[in-house]
Design a protein around this ligand. Structure first.
Ligand SMILES: CC(C)(COP(=O)(O)OP(=O)(O)OC[C@H]1O[C@@H](n2cnc3c(N)ncnc32)[C@H](O)[C@@H]1OP(=O)(O)O)[C@@H](O)C(=O)NCCC(=O)NCCS
Length: 174
């Protein structure tokens, strides 16, 4: 049993990460597109991908928030992650909605589909009033997902976990 619920959308199963996701998740996190967009430093690889999977599972247990593994209903393949993120950081804005897909699956609406279900879950099941998304200014694809889902940019500022560039703080209210 885990605190991470399994949800279903039209094309996706949103479920807890499992240990046997590691090969797919590590491969996705190692694509040049994700390394660039998420500013993943050289030297971070499979070990950190596993830490991240454990981090999502742990956050569900401790806080009731976390990312889901996104499984394509048709193929059963892991195609990305999305969901909620509320780490212990003094300047973190609140419950964040986030998304990352394998580049082979970009341009098909999966992030918007999973993002919409994440928002529904946070507003209806967690009773949150306001959600955020922190997005780097050059991440136009992520900004488009946020806009499609109804987020608006409210602020741009440097956050303490990543001092090299400012993040846009996007917000959506219930
Ligand atoms: C951010 C990221 C998840 C966006 O992926 P994406 O494929 O552009 O977003 P979506 O899955 O919502 O797909 C939207 C695209 O699918 C199209 N689309 C097709 N069917 C669709 C549908 N049913 N619903 C919505 N969009 C649909 C849209 O028109 C849009 O097309 P475009 O790429 O020509 O603009 C992806 O670029 C990524 O994984 N980046 C690396 C990780 C990252 O940066 N994460 C965010 C950190 S802040």
């Amino acid at each position: 049993m885990t605190a991470c619920p399994t949800l279903e959308t039209e094309r996706l199963i949103m479920r807890p990460f499992r240990d046997d996701d590691l090969n797919s998740y590590a491969a996705m996190m190692d694509t040049p597109e994700l390394r660039e967009s998420l500013r993943i430093p050289d030297g971070k690889g499979r070990t950190e991908a596993w830490f991240e999977m454990a981090w999502w599972r742990g956050q569900w247990e401790l806080r009731g928030t976390g990312n889901w593994a996104l499984e394509d209903k048709e193929s059963g393949a892991l195609i990305g992650r999305a969901g909620l993120h509320n780490p212990e950081r003094e300047d973190w804005p609140g419950v964040e909605v986030g998304w990352a897909l394998h580049p082979d699956k970009w341009g098909l609406g999966y992030a918007t589909e999973a993002g919409a279900e994440s928002i529904r879950y946070a507003f209806e099941d967690l009773d949150e009033d306001c959600l955020f998304s922190t997005i780097l200014p050059d991440n136009h694809r992520s900004q488009s997902v946020a806009k499609r889902l109804g987020f608006v940019l409210v602020e741009t500022k440097v956050l303490s976990h990543y001092l090299h560039e400012p993040h846009g703080i996007w917000m959506i209210k219930r």
